[in-house]
Design a binder for this molecule. Structure first.
Ligand code: HEC
Length: 290
């Protein structure tokens, strides 16, 4: 078991806070050692490196001297963390990851949305011929690492249905499926993607996800649930999606696409990007909370 844990945790790369560590701490520790001062126990914060180190809970580079490691491995009921009363239990792999992370220097990272995206190097999977595009290479490299092989490609009707549900949120018209089945051009699939992106359903589907997140409703939803006139915002969101995607392909000067591409290529830091997108008062509020 120990050998297995060790090989899973000790890959070639250093553990990453956002990918490997934050989910463990967030699920098991932050309820009592996180940002909520009212719920905080022992006056200990583990969500900020500075606090965890100043408190003495983490000694970067030393697992023996770090109380968080001693506590998670403890077999004493009144010492082990998370507390048994919380009904949270760390797995052997999670414990090993935390230990390894402390040994590697216990580095934290900003929330991923504040870290500028970097283009990673393309992996070199063994079965290179299988990969039709750069994303395939990442998937295949990961499968190969786990000793798995990709499933065979689905038949054309299934592909058309999946694609339509993914992009437009509804099943495809039978005539569209039949045309795709009969299309022998090598880029038939890419053509079908374009066709679905041109459909007005694309904006409705994307827009719905966006509007759900923004809690869009045509009425107030509480008390008397009275009417409010919001549909023009809904239509604006749907139209924005329908304009921005097909038009970036055909190099039209859709303002949203141009605006965002200009901002991204300006290499602004993420907080400055937020300031550029939001009105000044909102941006100020947002930055205070980072
Ligand atoms: C349900 C609440 C709760 C959760 C969840 C929790 N703790 Fe604690 N923790 C406490 C309490 C209460 C104390 C103080 C009592 C004690 O020292 O045992 C404490 C104390 C500690 C201490 C010692 C602080 C000191 O005073 O030296 C460390 C280190 C610690 N916790 C780490 C963790 C880690 C790491 C996790 C997640 C893996 C975690 N805790 C999850 C409640 C919690």
């Amino acid at each position: 078991m120990l050998v297995l844990v060790t090989t899973i945790v000790h890959g070639a790369d250093k553990l990453k806070y956002n990918k490997d560590i934050r989910p463990i701490l967030s699920e098991n520790c932050f309820a009592c050692h996180g940002p909520d001062s009212a719920a905080r126990k022992a006056d200990l914060r583990l969500d900020r490196r500075e606090d965890a180190i100043k408190f003495g809970a983490i000694v970067a580079g030393s697992a023996e001297k770090s109380p968080i490691i001693e506590r998670i491995y403890s077999t004493e009921k009144d010492k082990v963390m998370p507390t048994p009363k919380s009904h949270k239990v760390l797995t052997a792999i999670q414990k090993e990851k935390l230990k390894q992370w402390v040994l590697e220097g216990a580095e934290y990272e900003l929330h991923w949305s504040f870290i500028a995206a970097k283009k990673p190097a393309l992996p070199q999977p063994k079965n290179e011929a299988w990969a039709k595009n750069p994303i395939d290479r990442f998937i295949l490299a990961e499968l190969e690492k786990k000793g798995l092989t990709p499933a065979p490609e689905a038949d054309r009707r299934t592909l058309a249905r999946r694609l339509s549900l993914d992009l437009n949120g509804i099943p495809p018209e039978p005539s569209v499926v039949e045309a795709f089945v009969a299309d022998t051009r090598p880029d038939a699939y890419e053509k079908l993607v374009d066709q679905f992106l041109q459909s007005s359903s694309w904006g409705e589907h994307r827009g719905r996800i966006w509007l759900d997140a923004a809690r869009y409703a045509d009425s107030h939803g509480i008390h008397f649930d009275n009417f409010r006139e919001m549909w023009s915002y809904r239509d604006w969101v749907i139209n924005a999606f329908n304009k921005i995607y097909p038009s970036t392909n055909s190099q039209s000067n859709s303002w949203q696409a141009t605006y965002f591409l200009t901002l991204l290529s300006s290499k602004k830091s993420p907080p400055d990007l937020i300031a550029a997108i939001l009105p000044p008062t909102k941006a100020g509020l947002f930055q205070k909370n980072i």
